[in-house]
Design a protein around this ligand. Structure first.
Ligand code: FE2
Ligand code: FE2
Length: 248
């Protein structure tokens, strides 16, 4: 599984659009877990989930506006469904925190910086910044799904993770097309900048959320190593020289 290209369209059924894929996921979404059974959230995990809850709430309207202006109705529809999934993550994390008797926080400085940065960018660059959060989310929710002591935390994380696994290839596809004609020297600069962003954010998250990760059995260093492995695949998928038609 480790070598599977993360954004390969080959993984999709021929002719299935992202809009259809998001619609199918929405139609198949199960009813909410039973929140009344409560959750035991120890303090490090509670603080970590509070911050991820704010992050998931994000700034979808801004992204939808940019997608609308890109002039591709199918893509704009898929982006709306993508934003709805992120909103649903924020909603579920809110209810999870509630079930654990933990209040929500209104905002966090890291999210305010992230949203301000995204707003100032064009669609393609915003997707690159967004991808940083998506890749980190893949490893964060996997750690919680597999190692959190509380069953409700594991269940919610598993549901969110299943969506995040669709988000990364969705953005990869758009970025691959967006950078297809970029000359090689410019690609080198963009890739270098992206790596700096990825690594900077991964270190901040590993540091900031380290105690919560450790409580799931994932050490900071292991988390970072895993994120770097994913970044390598994402960057290769977006910028690799295109294989001949039908080769993937
Ligand atoms: Fe999410
Ligand atoms: Fe996501």
């Amino acid at each position: 599984m480790k070598t599977r290209p993360i954004g390969a369209r080959a993984a999709h059924h021929a002719g299935v659009t992202w809009q259809q894929e998001f619609e199918a996921a929405a139609a198949a979404r199960p009813a909410d877990p039973d929140w009344t059974r409560g959750a035991h959230l120890q303090s490090a995990l509670a603080a970590s989930l509070q911050r991820f809850q704010v992050g998931e709430a994000g700034d979808g309207a801004n992204l939808i506006g940019k997608a609308d202006r890109a002039g591709d109705p199918g893509y704009a529809a898929a982006v709306r469904l993508f934003v709805a999934e992120e909103q649903n993550h924020a909603r579920m994390l809110g209810l999870l925190l509630d079930a654990g008797g933990v209040p929500l926080i209104g905002s966090h400085w890291s999210d305010a910086v992230f949203v301000a940065l995204r707003r100032s960018l064009g669609l393609r660059t915003e997707l690159m910044v967004l991808m940083v959060a998506e890749v980190i989310a893949l490893r964060y929710y996997r750690a919680l799904r597999d190692g959190a002591p509380d069953p409700l935390v594991r269940e919610v994380s598993g549901r969110i993770l299943a969506d995040e696994e669709r988000h990364v290839p969705f953005h990869v596809d758009r970025l691959r097309a967006g950078f297809a004609t970029l000359p090689v020297p410019a690609r080198v600069v963009v890739v270098a900048g992206w790596w700096v962003l990825f690594c900077g954010a991964a270190v901040v998250v590993a540091w900031d959320h380290g105690p919560a990760l450790v409580a799931t059995g994932v050490r900071r260093r292991g988390f970072l190593r895993d994120v770097v492995g994913l970044v390598r695949r994402v960057v290769a998928d977006v910028f690799a020289v295109r294989a001949p038609a039908g080769a993937r």
